[in-house]
Design a protein around this ligand. Structure first.
Ligand SMILES: [Zn+2]
Ligand SMILES: [Zn+2]
Length: 314
């Protein structure tokens, strides 16, 4: 993915007598399709032989190319129903969704002159998605039919509402998608398609995968690693310190999600965070606020913008 800071996405291949089954596909560019075809050829097979595409989640870098692989091979494409349900609004006709994104940006306190830029900030990646419908839906605990392998789909909402990890017990492998990455923390944004408490969902989903005694974790970005439960603890600690930052900002008199996002620590200064990254950052601040509200620590006074206050403990 030359134009992305993530640089690449991993596609994992399960070898079977019937042909290869792949986990994730990449995004929809000729370059990515050629890279996937080359990789499969090096593995002694071919993109035309693919039998199934198990997609961890709906983001363009994972699902975008699935339709083209299906076209080339006749493979089935699988997603969790919660992500499949987002396709029409997100990729076919996003008009309504964009209206709701604008409203939510105002609720979070985005300055009026940034609302329209930020509303359209995800549009540049739309060409990287072939918005096909899945042939198969995996619910939590389902066993994808991959001959000779004993896989289990684990529903891990948070990074996206229908995110799936896959557990392979013979080699004790956890295919973690974007749910657990070795170095970066996945973006957990609050947005109109994210559900009521995406960060709360994410933290529960972390505990869910930590219960598996994995020898190795196969994430979709960065690199393979060992130490799933340690990494889960680090991610939970990261969000604890984020909660503390948010509470400190409110104590310091900041009342909007936007203002809180500006005060949070990011990997670069706020004025160098723009476009989609800025929207993701504010969505991330808002996700922490929502989780704190569910915990009874913060209260949102709805408005444009909403203002947040700490719940007084008696
Ligand atoms: Zn993702
Ligand atoms: Zn990704």
């Amino acid at each position: 993915m030359p134009s992305s800071s993530l640089r690449y996405v991993f596609v994992y291949v399960f070898e079977t007598d019937a042909g290869p089954y792949i986990v994730d596909a990449g995004w929809n560019t000729d370059e990515a399709f050629d890279a996937l075809s080359d990789g499969l050829r090096q593995a002694g097979t071919s993109v035309t032989d693919v039998q199934g595409v198990l997609v961890t989640h709906i983001h363009p870098d994972h699902y975008g190319l699935a339709g083209r692989v299906r076209e080339a091979s006749g493979a089935w494409v699988a997603l969790h129903p919660a992500d499949a349900a987002l396709i029409p609004e997100r990729y076919d006709d996003p008009t309504d969704l964009l209206t709701r994104v604008s409203a939510y940006l105002r609720r979070m306190g985005a300055p009026e002159d940034e609302v329209s830029t930020l509303t359209n900030a995800s549009m540049p990646v739309r060409p990287y998605v072939d918005a096909v419908r899945p042939d198969v839906l995996f619910e939590d605990g389902d066993r994808p039919r991959v001959p000779g392998w004993d896989l289990t789909a684990i529903w891990t909402p948070g990074h996206s509402p229908g995110h799936l990890c896959f557990w392979e017990p013979q080699n004790r492998l956890m295919l973690s998608g974007d749910h657990v990455l070795p170095r970066i923390t996945p973006n957990i944004p609050y947005h109109p398609q994210a559900g009521a408490n995406p960060l709360g969902d994410f933290i529960e989903s972390l505990d869910k995968v930590a219960a598996y005694d994995a020898d190795e974790v196969l994430p979709a970005h960065e690199h393979r690693f060992v130490g799933l439960s340690e990494r889960v603890e680090q991610l939970k600690a990261h969000h604890e310190s984020r909660f503390a930052e948010v509470v400190a900002a409110i104590e310091g008199g900041v009342t909007t999600a936007w203002g809180i996002a500006e005060r949070m620590r990011w990997s670069r200064s706020w004025d160098r965070i723009d476009g989609f990254m800025r929207r993701a950052a504010v969505g991330e601040a808002m996700a922490h606020l929502r989780a704190l509200e569910v915990m009874g620590i913060v209260h949102e006074i709805l408005g444009e913008p909403s203002s947040f206050e700490l719940v007084r403990k008696e």
